[in-house]
Structures are given as C-alpha cells and as structure tokens.
Design a protein around this ligand. Sequence first.
Ligand code: AKB
Length: 318
Amino acid sequence: MKNILVIGATGQIGSELTMELRSRYGNHHVVAGYIKGAEPQGVLKESGPSAIADVTDADAVAKVVRDYQIDTIYNLAALLSVVAERNPRLAWKIGVDGLWNVLEVAREYHCAVFTPSSIGSFGLSTPHVMTPQDTIQRPSTIYGVSKVTTELLSDYYYMKYGVDTRSVRYPGIISYVTPPGGGTTDYAVDIYYYAVRGEKFVCPIKQGTLMDMIYMPDALHASIMLMEADPAKLVHRNAFNLASMSFAPETIYASIKKHMPQFEMEYRVDPLKQHIADSWPDCMDDSCARQEWGWQPKYDLEAMTTDMLEKLRLKFNN
Ligand code: AKB
C-alpha cells in the first residue's frame, strides 16, 4: 500500500482508520474521501489530503484515484443495519451499486479494495454458536442482503478480473471517538457514554442476547493486517469471520459496574433491534483469519471497559 483512499473517512470507522493509516504510511499518502455535508474537521482535515469520493458517482471516485495515484481503497460507505431497514433502497444504492462503481474503478486503475462485511451477513438459519467461516447466509435484513452481495461481488471481481479484493465480517465496533449511527450493536457504545455522564442507561436489547463485539483498535489493526497479508496464504478473501469478544447486555453492564458501582441500567426492548440481534450469531469462529493471516485480538471485555471509561472521562473532563 503506497497511496490509500479511505471512502467514508468521516464515519465511525473511517475517521480512526484514516488517522491510523496516516501514522503508518505517512500523512500525504492517505486521502480522506468524504461526501458533501460530511466534510472532515479538525485533525482529520489538517493532517492530510481530503477529496470528495461519493461511491454513487464513479467518475468522482476515478478522479481521486487518478489525482493521488491511489493503489488501495478502503471502501467504508454503507448504512448500518437499523437505518438501512428504514431506507432499503438507499442502503442498496450505497452498499451494492456503490461497490460496483468502486470495483470498476479498481479494475481500471489496478487498486486493491477492502469493503467490510458484517455479522449482519448471517441470518436465523445460520448456526449461531461458533458460526463457521463458510456456512448458511440467508439474512432477513436489507443490511444483511447487501453485505452478502458485497462479499459475492468482491469475490467475483477477484475471480473474473483479478482485482485484489479482501474483507472481514466486522462484529459490533466499540469506540470512544466517533459515535456509530443506526446500528443494532450501538447499545454497547452508548452504555459507556451514559455511565461516564452519570446517567441511567435504558438498554434496547434483551438480557441474554449474545453478539460479537470488537474494540476499535483491534478492528483497525485487523483491517490493515488483512490488506498487508501475503496473498499466497489467503484461501478465503470475502469475507473473513473476525471475532474478539462476545457478550450480552448484562455482562457489559457488570463490567462497567466494577468501575462504577452506582451505575444503573434498565431494559426497554426495541423490537426492530431485537429482531435483528436475534438473527445474528452469538459468537463466530474466526480460525480462518487466525490461520491465513495471523489475526489475534488484543482486547477482551475487561481491558476494553477500562480503556473506554478512561478515555471517555478525559473526553468529558470528569
Ligand atoms: C450494526 O449494528 O449495524 C453494525 C454491524 C454489526 O454491522 N454495527
């Protein structure tokens, strides 16, 4: 990777991935791609180049790729599961038609492409415990349908045109920097904000609902590691199960309570979020990622809670 374009650079993952890539490859080698109305701010804007890169406009993406001699694209443009369910057409336009545009540009300009998939690519008929790498993928959400399609389309471009496509199935990502917007796993981020602000948390997910989660530093590390991996060792490409920790609401609550005994939580289940959560794995088997490119997470729930609380206290000055 010499010159990298991050599409969706001002989003939850993109804002941190862009900065991490800049620290590794040099500020001027990483372009923050954004859409109108979501311009980079602060250090993201000042530390390196940025350009409009809207996946629904193939010419605009091609121009950035040409202007900056891009050889690797991180395509993070997507709507998360809950918002996608409210606007399925837009979710498809960004997630699938957008990827098609990116892959066409990548084919023409010989770029490698990373397009994340998700635990959302699985459905009720998928084995929920230690979900295998290769298994049933019949999701019931448009988010899942588009994620399965992006996995297949990425494989297709690799097989037919030799485009170097790679991907992981992200669990719910937890971070203290940029809040997520409209995901089913967002509760596991929100809960820390409520705890640090000293407020009671109302959990939209039922007790006992297990989902895979990952702390942002591990998610970033995995995404970069995979793109740097030796292609000769990759049996799979789109997309690797990526696991780190799996917990239910009562477990993350207990983890926070160890640091803040006065913290309170009650349940008020959101039917849409619960329906989506119930269709996703309890925990994935990520042994292919471990074997093929050496994936190994650093954070478990306790280490993440300690770091999240510390960083959020600094952020809110309390
Ligand atoms: C969501 O909840 O929609 C995302 C995901 C797990 O893909 N965080």
